[in-house]
Design a protein around this ligand. Structure first.
Ligand code: SF4
Length: 306
């Protein structure tokens, strides 16, 4: 079986930074450090940080007063920031700078008196955080049909921003629908979708041209991983999202001559290698990597840890 790996795949700069923040905070302040929500959407990452001394909590009332507390890469609302301050927590913010950029955009639009439409998925932590960072009314739109249902007080004073991990194609359709209904709307087109999401989507499209089936390594609650699976599936290639090799159903590989593999932005490369090792024990494999695009993005650590 030919096995082709997408390039790029796996960790993005925001995830690398968030993990490094937790590790450095443990080194500097000693365990435990408290992390609100999964630092990134990956159980393997969370377990390995737990073993090093991170304690994961859902809400800040689980954190002792004054303790070192890390906000996840997805970002948090103003209310959570204020709550942390009220509790005297020593906060280190691992929000990805590209999520923060969307917060700032939304805040700028609101400051100019615009209502803001956020294109994103209801209930995702990034979306909850972004809505809570933008003062005034924020309308959430997840699909094209939602655009017709919007009730806007001043359609000539409207702006949009987007979640960072959406499908480029779906988002473009929603933006087109918004522009058709509200010609005066302003916004970044699909530029809020981060470089890592875009690059991984381009790579999985190339992979779908070559593969009979595609495995996407990533968590079921990882937005960018789900989008990769959907994209491949939309191109007619059977595609499966798995957390790791243990979730592989070997019957999926029946009749597959060329298997494509990619990984979401929060999935460690170790999981890809474990999958390849298992495939190698199952059958003869020839592994190659698509040329793809090299990534050199690197984000600075917060001042407390730099
Ligand atoms: S997927 Fe994009 S926005 Fe999310 S952490 Fe990675 S670089 Fe940042």
């Amino acid at each position: 079986m030919r096995v082709i790996l997408a390039q790029p795949r796996g960790f993005c700069a925001g995830v690398v930074r968030a993990i490094e923040i937790v590790e450095r905070a443990i080194d500097k302040f000693g365990p435990p450090v408290y992390v609100r929500h999964e630092i990134v959407h990956n159980r393997h990452v969370v377990e390995s940080l737990k073993a090093k001394g991170a304690q994961f909590v859902e809400e800040l009332d689980e954190v002792p007063a004054g303790a070192v507390t890390i906000f996840s890469a997805h970002g948090v609302s103003r209310a959570v920031e204020d709550d942390a301050e009220g509790r005297g927590l020593q906060v280190i913010d691992a929000t990805c700078p590209l999520v923060e950029k969307v917060h700032l955009e939304g805040q700028r639009y609101a400051a100019r008196g615009r209502e803001v439409v956020l294109i994103g998925h209801a209930g995702h932590p990034e979306v909850i955080g972004t809505i809570g960072q933008i003062p005034g009314t924020v309308h959430l739109v997840s699909k094209v049909e939602d655009v017709a249902k919007l009730k806007i007080a001043h359609p000539d004073q409207l702006a949009f921003v987007t979640q960072t991990t959406l499908s480029i194609d779906d988002t473009r359709q929603i933006v087109d629908a918004l522009r058709a209904r509200f010609p005066g709307i302003v916004g970044p087109n699909t530029k809020d979708i981060c470089y890592a999401t875009q690059n991984r989507q381009v790579a999985v499209r190339e992979l779908a041209e070559l593969a009979d089936a595609i495995l996407v390594i990533g968590a079921s609650n990882s937005s960018n991983s789900n989008r990769l699976r959907e994209l491949a599936e939309e191109r007619g290639v059977p595609s499966y999202l798995i957390e790791g090799v243990e979730a592989l159903d070997w019957s999926w590989l029946s009749g597959v001559e060329t298997l494509g593999i990619t990984a979401g932005a929060s999935a460690p490369e170790r999981l890809v290698q474990e999958l390849i090792d298992a495939l190698g024990k199952f059958t003869d494999i020839q592994v190659s990597v698509l040329p793809g695009r090299e990534e050199h993005t690197h984000f600075r650590l917060p001042a407390q840890l730099a």
